[in-house]
Design a protein around this ligand. Sequence first.
Ligand code: ZN
Length: 381
Amino acid sequence: MMCLKLKCNSLLQKINKELTDNVPLVKPEKYLFSRPKNISIGTTNISGNSLNKIIIYLRSDVGGEHGTETGGCACCKHWRLGTAGIKLDIPNMYINQYLYAVKLHGLQPVVSLYNEGNILNTNEVPIDELIYIIKHMSKNNVKKLIIESRPEFIDQNKLTKIKAVSGNMTIEIGIGLESVNDFVRNELFLKNMKKSEYESAVKIINENNMKSLTYVILKPAFLNEVQAIKEAIETIKYVFNAGSHAVSLEPIGVEPYTVTNLLYEDCKYIPPKLWSVLEVLKQTYQLGEIRIGACQVSPRPTTLPSNCDKCTNKVLEKFDEWNCTYDISVLNELYCSNCYDTYIDDVNKLDSFIDEKSIEKDILDFINHYNTVSMEKVTNS
Ligand SMILES: [Zn+2]
């Protein structure tokens, strides 16, 4: 008999992969690929100082290779959106996109460079182009560069090449471990990542005197609010013990073409409350540098993590302040007479134990429902 867990994972992954086919692709027109997909300017905190930061989202032609093979994780299709879905073979495509951003905005002391995939996967971004870009930043007084990659693409050969051109610039490499719990990370969030791979990657980053950043999710689909809080706290403790220099806490929002969105439309998922983000932070901030990610999108759809209409903006502003100061006193006084007490009552009724058998049943119910609805659509068309 097939193991229930294996069956759940492969069926959920199958649905997630099918959703990829609905993601609209951009036309393979050269002008689109001569500039980044997006550029954003903000501030960040480095060693107690607030510094300007530019985020450059490179536009990929092929998209994230891992996502293409597996459907990616359960909560976003960033790795596919805005891509052409095919290799374009435009010479120096990423260098030209980077230089376009620099010409438009100049460089800032802190640069985040993303390709919506794995920047250290040479099938996505040629290593020579990445090295050119890093060398250019280093020569132009960038103090810190943040990139991200799955652990399997982080190896000594690439880190040696990066180190050779980065001078005094700090290199921070982000890894989406998401959760310490194998069931949550791989069965619910569809991450397909081993903890041992993560640990080896953090070790090699640290041995090369680079900084490791770990993305930790808050409230993937199928977990309730208190299971999610407990899970994020345990994950943060684990990643600091594993040697990660910093954490980016990512409260999950609802994005199109995802399993999370299907559940949301079926009233089976709501994003975490900002109070839960605060709870995780209050219980872990002493352990190391924790940034709050994901909430600061503007304009803010209702499907992002939020509280009530009266306090959401105020709490988000305080989260921004936290990210620029890491001063817990900016968060201590947060309270809302409209929603906080109800939130506490609600979470007190929930069980924090992650019962895998019960969750697997929820997953199978969801899969059966999805298949029935899909069948009806086919019959009616
Ligand atoms: Zn409120």
